[in-house]
Design a protein around this ligand. Sequence first.
Ligand SMILES: [Zn+2]
Length: 279
Amino acid sequence: MNTVAAILDNMALRKKVLVTFDVIFDTAWRIGSGKEGETLSDLGVVLDPLGQPVLPGSSLKGRLRSTCECLAHALNMTACMLNQQATGVNCTSDVKYYHHVRESYRRSTEQGIQARLQWIERHTCDVCMLFGSPVMASRIQISDGVLQDWAEVVQIRDGVVIDRDSQTAVDGLKYDYEVVPPGSRFAVTIDLDNPSNKDLALFGAALFEWAGGNVLGGFKSRGLGRFHLDNISVRGVDLSDPQQKIRFLTHTEPKDRLSDLGNWEEYFSQRIHEVLSNS
Ligand SMILES: [Zn+2]
């Protein structure tokens, strides 16, 4: 399917892929609250009203996007990195570039849907096709993590201010920060609406990367935030199949509405092979 057809497809739900997994932190981690912690430490972590750690979908999405940006080149795909000048990739997600071409976008919208979609195709990188841009909705939604297990305490660690020039500790300049201890586990759901083969290959490559281990959150250089994935499953529906359509429209639970697409490694390996053999 070419990109214009894929975008047209985006306007009505034709196909859905749902991926679920657990994120397990192998080390302590922190997603900063931007203020003092509950423990009166200098730098708090984000906690819900019950005092339990929160893993926001927006943090997962940001990390997933940067994983995809790193992998795009290996899949012969483009990534604007939100900087058209540095990458040479024309994409409206670069604010400056969008400002520059906005008038031509406006004119394309006056020439009908085909002209508009062709314009979008010429001005959107492969990563933004999946994650969205100012002129195109995102095809991927990521839930907040649902807490399954954790140590039920927040730890406090000491930080020391290091002088960048001498690489030594600055006398008397210390602060402390909160972390969530290792072993916490969250369930995460990712929805892909009308994904193209390219979207699935790019997302799949990122999933392989995460399954083996990656990092998330703040203070990564201090060894915080290492995680891996467990219990990965992939389900989906193709609404052009009448039986699948009926099931999808008459059930409520994802496990009833969507078919099991089998082993996730096989499913995404196939998508990656297809894209590489077509590019
Ligand atoms: Zn882009």
